[in-house]
Design a protein around this ligand. Sequence first.
Ligand SMILES: Nc1ncnc2c1ncn2[C@@H]1O[C@H](COP(=O)(O)OP(=O)(O)OP(=O)(O)O)[C@@H](O)[C@H]1O
Ligand SMILES: [Mg+2]
Length: 242
Amino acid sequence: MKNTKAKKILFTSGKGGVGKSTLSTTFAKLLCEQDKKVLMIDFDASLRTLDIMLSVSNVVLYDWGDVLNANCDSLDALITTSGPKLLAAPLEKVELTKERIRRLISYYEDRFDYIILDCPAGVGEIFDLTLHIADIAIIISTPDLVCVRSAAVAGRKAKDAGVEARLLINRFKKIIMANGKALNIDEVIDATGIQLIGVIPEDLQLSLSILNGELLDPSTRGVRAMTRVVRRLNGEQVPLKI
Ligand SMILES: Nc1ncnc2c1ncn2[C@@H]1O[C@H](COP(=O)(O)OP(=O)(O)OP(=O)(O)O)[C@@H](O)[C@H]1O
Ligand SMILES: [Mg+2]
């Protein structure tokens, strides 16, 4: 068992469908390739996603609802995948409180280097509850006004809670930005007021490989961009490539 506690990284957004689960799964897999011990927790209760993205949907026996309700041992609920361990989301609503989330995390934080929390969309209850145990919140936004506005709200909430926040711009398409049909990177940063951690291009290969639970292809642009995000979060100075 290790001595240090896991770093808790929250993947969140204001708006839904912007790539939280895709990018958090990519991020977790990249950390595993560096021999880190990684746990992913799917907080999208009732819309369970990560078991599919990690190709283990047919072996889910328990979820974090079972752990909290003492239906199983906390370690028996962990699902082994080819990458991170997974704690699946319950398929029905389970009561969550700050105390319950803190207790859930306490079962695992001594055993892992990283705990990746994949949030549902929105800045509601789950966001508030998971935020208070996060070391850092990665706020994902696509470069459009609707998404940016809700990312700004998430960023303000993180700031109010005293949690470090970083902006991850997803589905960036250079040509659309050049045509003035999408915001440019500076405009997204200015409108959200959040420090940038990376820009992930539109990448169908990355999207399909995660949706199908396949291994990451390190040659794809999206995976290379996420690799740079991992390095930046480790404190390296890595230039932005677009
Ligand atoms: N960089 C990308 N390039 C192309 N497609 C992407 C990219 N990122 C995500 N997608 C696609 O966008 C869709 C939504 O992604 P995902 O499910 O990860 O979003 P989410 O924010 O987790 O959604 P929800 O709010 O419902 O939890 C998926 O079809 C995914 O494959
Ligand atoms: Mg999701």
